[in-house]
Design a protein around this ligand. Structure first.
Ligand SMILES: [Zn+2]
Length: 289
């Protein structure tokens, strides 16, 4: 087994663990259980943890939701930190319906959400102890806030928008407004090649951040960070970008199993998960501009 595959194995295990809970759509028992586990891990590793509660009106009735967030502070330094606080986020909820399922009969069933919901959550979960350690060792170049957004994948269901939880967070950020935002979603598919969000083209601070993130990631795997596919994508970075905050999205929408019953660990790649985890960790440790 190659090193990247070996490094990705525990990440794929974290994906399997989520899928084994069952679909994590708001209101489900699996959603409640995963939220409890994520909150517990944030409480264990972050300097401070917070649950931002809100209610989502789904067609079946109201569902209790919550963005789960924690803060990691660098060791005290003499000089003020040159980089602003970074918000690192991903959604942990999964979609209630399988809109892209070819088989009509399976469309009404919730998706397993291995890559869509599971991949970013696995990577951020694995980074929590590492962030705590980097902070203690004085190797964190900046303050990092981690957030597991809720209610991202409710878009188009009962007239709801996408990224509802991220919108709540952007309006009332628990630790104050972040300086920059980095969001992961669907980063564990086989043959990963990240899209470039076209919204950043019209927002110079987001374009500058995107360039830095892709340049840094290109050092880990140039094929993944080729930045050759431009698409306009609404995801959890978007409510922040709309508020003028530099925001970057890491996503590959060219995932054939997207919003289908086949969004399972079998469609994913250990190598992809390991590449993104390594790229994020590298970016967080990059020296000041
Ligand atoms: Zn989705």
């Amino acid at each position: 087994m190659k090193p990247a595959e070996a490094a990705g194995q525990p990440l794929l295990d974290l994906v399997r663990r989520q899928v084994d809970l069952g679909p994590r759509y708001p209101g489900s028992e699996a959603h409640r259980r995963l939220a409890g586990e994520l909150a517990g891990s944030l409480e264990e590793h972050a300097a401070e943890a917070h649950r931002q509660r809100f209610t989502v009106r789904l067609p079946g009735g109201p569902a209790e939701c919550g963005n789960l967030t924690g803060i990691f502070r660098p060791a005290e330094t003499e000089s003020p930190l040159a980089l602003p606080p970074l918000l690192l986020g991903t959604h942990f909820d999964t979609r209630l319906t399988a809109d892209r399922e070819p088989e009509q009969a399976s469309r009404a069933r919730p998706i397993p959400g291995a890559n869509d919901g599971g991949s970013g959550t696995a990577i951020l979960l694995s980074l929590l102890p590492q962030l705590a350690r980097l902070g203690r060792e004085g190797k964190l170049a900046r303050e990092v806030r981690v957030v597991f957004f809720d209610a991202e994948d409710v878009g188009g269901i009962g007239g709801l928008p996408f990224s509802l939880g991220a919108g709540v967070y952007a309006r009332e950020p628990p630790f104050g407004p972040p300086g920059e935002v980095l969001v992961l979603d669907m980063v564990g598919g086989s043959g990963l090649e990240l899209d470039l969000d076209g919204h950043a083209m019209d927002h110079p601070p987001s374009l500058e951040l995107t360039r830095r993130v892709f340049a840094s990631g290109g050092q880990v795997d140039p094929a993944v960070f080729r930045a050759a596919k431009l698409k306009h994508i609404i995801c959890d970075h978007y409510p922040f970008l709309k508020r003028g905050i530099a925001s970057c999205l890491l996503i590959d929408l060219d995932y054939p199993e997207w919003h289908t019953q086949a969004d399972l660990p079998a469609a994913m790649s250990e190598r992809s998960l390991a590449t993104i985890a390594a790229a994020v960790l590298r970016f967080l440790q990059e020296p000041h501009r």
